[in-house]
Design a binder for this molecule. Structure first.
Ligand SMILES: [Zn+2]
Ligand SMILES: [Zn+2]
Length: 426
């Protein structure tokens, strides 16, 4: 063999081995196909995005005198049980508007409670794979709370709805704002999603149980918000209360949510300009998750956009210094910035600006950042997700759910075409 070719082949072998080794190491353990980027930090000392550590300098916040439970370095779905008084919040997506990125889905949070309840807040594009990899069976992922109808917050609803039949045999319940007019509300949106799925549904209705092929909307009437009624109770079951409150973002009909359960409180305002009103809604929160944006110059530079357009985008959003002012008023145990375009170079400038107005514990969310919350402590880690995860063990279908398939659709292929099918091999 030509010596150069031998060297090339050797290099190819070495490269293949180098790429395969992490997978071989993982395969030997209980983990599947998991590969965080090499660990590293920014010059300012913050972990680099996707390097397996959460982007914060305070990954553990403990109440004085409280005993701290030891957690493994990473959260591995399926390997930890929540305590009765514990809440776990995981970002299925941490970014915002398109273009979507492989390493960052749009907006989505999975919230799991120690009483067994599970909630999704927003379901942006590119997030449902993360959601399904978090070890919760799709049949239990049937309660979705949408903050507003920008597509970076609802664009993942089709793959979530597609868990019907295969897994979820009861309707998908979706909470969200009513609109300024009916066509701008969550009921119209979910009806349109259902209608756009007609071909898909008819193709499966004679094969799979049909119970999951519907969406039930739950509208929060935005006309009823007022200074006297700043919040509305959108959900109240099993000791969990979820309130909706309006936020300043784009058109009428953008909201945040406040979940209260067993002494724990999560506030998620999603996209919102900073205001004293939302700061008031965030008071008493264990975790307050709010959008955070780079500067107009940075946004214009990375998105190849005229500065005027970037400034127009910024008008609807919140800068780090502004978010610091909101947190200074709300005083959450942990303040979280989300909806940020992650980039190694943007991390230090972001925290520098954030720190000009706020000194409390803060976290910059990336995909699969997990926050465990109890009265004693808050622990932030990165999830090691199985990139080829199979669904978790299905729960038993609820009593009375009809698991039988329906009649075939009338939209059958022409027989002359079907008759040309090759004989099935043995
Ligand atoms: Zn957004
Ligand atoms: Zn938005």
């Amino acid at each position: 063999m030509h010596p150069n070719r031998t060297i090339r082949n050797y290099r190819l072998f070495a490269l293949t081995l180098a790429l395969a080794l992490p997978f071989m190491a993982c395969a030997a353990g209980t983990a599947g196909y998991r590969f965080p980027r090499e660990p590293g930090t920014t010059p300012g000392g913050y972990p680099l995005p996707l390097s397996g550590k959460p982007i914060t300098k305070t990954p553990v916040i403990s109440t004085e005198g409280a005993a701290l439970k030891e957690y493994p370095e990473h959260y591995i779905p399926g390997q930890e049980t929540l305590a009765d008084n514990e809440m776990r919040i995981t970002a299925c997506g941490s970014w915002g508007p398109a273009p979507l990125r492989i390493g960052q889905g749009a907006s989505c949070l999975l919230v799991e409670l120690g009483n067994g309840d599970v909630f999704i807040f927003d379901v942006g594009g590119g997030t449902v794979g993360n959601l399904f990899a978090l070890g919760v069976h799709p049949a239990r992922l049937d309660k979705v709370f949408i903050t507003h109808l920008h597509l970076d917050h609802v664009g993942g609803i089709f793959p979530l709805f597609d868990a019907m039949g295969w897994a979820r045999n009861t309707p998908l319940h979706v909470w969200g704002p009513s609109g300024y007019t009916p066509e701008l509300g969550i009921a119209a949106f979910t009806q349109n999603v259902r209608e756009a799925s007609e071909w898909h549904i008819q193709s499966k209705q004679s094969i799979l149980a049909r119970g999951g092929m519907t969406i039930v909307p739950h509208e929060v009437d935005i006309s009823k918000f007022s200074p006297e009624r700043p919040r509305q109770l959108a959900y109240d079951e099993n000791g969990v209360k979820i309130y909706a409150f309006p936020v300043i973002h784009s058109l009428a009909g953008a909201m945040g949510y406040r979940l209260e359960w067993n002494g724990r409180t999560l506030v998620y305002s999603a996209d919102s300009q900073p205001s004293t009103f939302e700061a008031e809604q965030g008071k008493g929160a264990d975790v307050f998750i709010h959008e955070i944006f780079p500067s107009a110059e940075e946004f214009a530079h990375y998105n190849h956009m005229p500065i005027q357009a970037a400034e127009g985008v910024m008008e609807e959003h919140t800068t780090p210094a502004e978010l610091g002012r909101v947190f200074a008023l709300s005083k959450p145990r942990l303040g979280v910035g989300m909806h940020f375009t992650l980039d190694d170079k943007l991390i230090d400038p972001l925290f520098e600006r954030w720190r000009t107005t706020y000194n409390g514990p803060v976290l910059l969310m990336q995909d699969l950042t997990t926050i465990n919350v109890t009265s004693d402590y808050i622990v932030v880690r990165q999830t090691k997700a199985d990139l080829l995860a199979w669904p978790a063990i299905p729960p038993k279908p609820p009593e009375g759910v009809d698991m039988s398939p329906g009649q075939p659709s009338k939209a059958q292929r022409p027989s002359w075409l079907t008759e040309t099918r090759l004989q099935q091999a043995p």
